[in-house]
Ligand binder design. Structure first.
Ligand code: ZN
Length: 407
């Protein structure tokens, strides 16, 4: 559904612009000229491995359940076989020890124990079916796992619970069997505190929740809206820090995804499934991460901020300027990213049959500033190399071992 009142996309945005993220106050450099520089990403993103529905050595495949730690949560079908499993990560990035976190301070240096939890959500039985290839109910069950485990970990007194998914080796994924992860920590990172402070100040000043105002403004403005469903809105954020960044927000504000209704969880899952499908049609098997950002635990009843889910395609590598300044550089204007994603979502049949996938990441970026209108964008005939193919199961290489660096 397209919102009413949407302006036409600017025909060409070739002049760099600095934009400030309303939620974090981080600055982002929108730099269309950066798309034309030589880029090591001008190689095809990934070569799809031959499809195998079950891999004998894979610890996540059916039959190998004894190769994971004991299950924490499962969804099963009518026959009693599991369809989604949540297990502790065998190589966790944090220690799951029943000891209280101890703070130590030595002059300017502060240490606390690396206590927390790290769980793996095995998204399905098939080794070769990626998340967007699963049906609506199967994806909804994965998101139900995020909600259920987020609640359980919050009750275990974690300060912050973060469900996320890495796809492709460039995003940090190390095991091909489709899975996501949930990490819970006992500290609240500064950026979360700052976001809360900004939202609180805005609420005290204006009397409205900031996130709700941003979503309402995006719906009114329209150019960055990608899709609207009964319970959620997907848009390209005003200050997108990565090319084709997508944000999903609930239409009815709620601080924590753990407290979301079953309908909204299912609606979010389906929106993610559609968006990932559209992204793959446009860019091929692009690496990405998505994560669900909620208010820290203890703030889940707050009325002034809301959870959101960000999809971040991993098309660019941060350089010295980005690392030094803390400012992201993004060569794709969010208005154009949104127009292309709308297009890819609106006519799936047409996209599939007529429009070749844009496999070349540098080309995806390079096409941006020369595209005359955002409406057909990067998928014009002649601007691409290879015909559209079906789904791809994931990275072509990668160890079968479940590694702790998958984050
Ligand atoms: Zn497997």
């Amino acid at each position: 559904m397209r919102p009413s009142g949407r302006r036409e996309v600017e025909p060409e945005q070739t002049v760099p612009e600095l934009r400030r993220d309303p939620l974090t106050r981080d600055w982002v450099v929108l730099a269309p000229g950066r798309a034309h520089r030589p880029n090591r990403l001008s190689q095809p993103v990934t070569a799809p491995p031959p499809p195998v529905s079950t891999e004998p050595d894979c610890p996540f495949c059916p039959g190998n359940e004894d190769r994971t730690p004991p299950e924490l949560w499962r969804r099963h079908d009518a026959d009693g076989g599991w369809t989604v499993r949540v297990v502790p990560n065998r190589f966790p990035l944090l220690a799951d020890r029943p000891v209280p976190a101890r703070h130590r301070r030595d002059g300017p240096f502060v240490t606390t124990d690396g206590f927390g939890s790290h769980e793996v959500v095995i998204e399905g039985r098939r080794h070769d079916l990626d998340l967007p290839d699963l049906d609506e109910q199967a994806v909804a069950a994965v998101f139900e796992a995020y909600r259920a485990r987020s609640r359980a970990l919050r009750d275990g007194r974690a300060s912050l619970v973060l469900p996320f998914r890495n796809h492709g080796t460039a995003s940090g994924a190390s095991l091909p069997h489709p899975h996501s992860q949930i990490v819970a920590v006992r500290v609240v990172p500064d950026r979360f505190r700052r976001r809360l402070d900004i939202a609180r100040a805005y609420y005290e000043d204006r009397g409205n929740p900031l996130d709700a105002d941003v979503t309402a403004a995006e719906l009114g403005e329209g150019t960055r809206v990608i899709a609207v469903s009964e319970h959620v809105v997907a848009h390209a954020p005003f200050a997108s820090s990565a090319p084709y960044q997508i944000r999903i927000t609930p239409r009815e504000q709620r601080a924590s995804f753990a407290d979301e209704s079953g309908e909204t969880v299912a609606d979010t899952a389906n929106m993610v499934r559609r968006l990932l499908t559209a992204l793959r049609r446009m860019l091929g098997d692009v690496p990405y991460s998505y994560m669900i950002i909620s208010a820290p635990n203890g703030e889940e009843r707050t009325s002034f901020c809301s959870w959101h889910l960000d999809v971040m395609p991993r098309l660019a590598v941060a350089g010295g300027f980005e690392l030094g300044s803390g400012m992201a550089v993004n060569p794709v204007f969010p208005e154009q990213a949104a127009a292309r994603l709308r297009d890819a979502m609106a006519s799936p049949a047409a996209s599939r049959s007529r429009r070749p996938a844009l496999r070349d990441a540098a080309q995806a970026l390079g096409e941006t500033s020369t595209t005359p209108t955002g409406s057909t964008g990067a998928v014009e005939e002649g601007a691409v190399q290879q015909p559209q193919e079906g789904r791809h199961p994931g990275p072509s290489s990668g160890t079968m071992e479940q590694r702790g660096d998958d984050r």
